[in-house]
Write a protein that binds this ligand. Sequence first.
Ligand code: SF4
Length: 233
Amino acid sequence: MRRHRGNLGWWPGESPFEIAIGAILTQNTAWTNVEKAIANLKCADVMEARAMFTLAESELAQLIRPAGYFNVKARRVRNFLRVLVEEYDARLDQMLAGDTAEVRTRLLAINGIGRETADSILLYAGTHHSFVIDAYTKRIFERHQWWSNGLGASSKSKVQGAKLSPPKGNTVDEYESLKLLCESSLNHKSEAEHLDYWRDYHAQLVMIGKDYCRPREPRCKECPLLVLLPKLK
Ligand code: SF4
């Protein structure tokens, strides 16, 4: 995938705080809409935790309107800001400090922060090795028979030379099952390369999912992952 498009440099954002806000705003919407919402926040000069938290929920909702579901997202952003400002003195680095599992639990305790959002904040706004799973990842892995609905993957499957081992034990929790599979399989890079590798790997899967691996009529013939697609008997 990287040979095809190069390192995608994901996640776009001028600061970890902006990345975290973007991760909340991008729930159920295209990134182009998030960009407009972020531009509004910058134009209002509130791309900072305390300044944004001083906004009334209705004011914040109007600024992030382009991101869709703006009333719900305004509440979620304020839930995140309340914890950040009141418990961590508006210091995102402090909020994200500590053991990855503990910080993940901390984020997931905030109303409106789900696992995909929490992992995006951990991986891109922080420096935590926490792989992000989304609908694109699930679709690509299922179509390539690397993973099947939480029941593990074919031991013969390979991603860029990395042997994919099924997670220990079966689980009905699709997100955690696929996350565990990715994290246990994509760990062959050196410590220095690891964070960038996982950040870019998720971005590449998103790119493949958007451009080629569509829900209907996937464009396999043009897709860089065609060589890894199992042949139908
Ligand atoms: S080759 Fe590409 S488009 Fe086809 S199933 Fe694989 S990832 Fe999807």
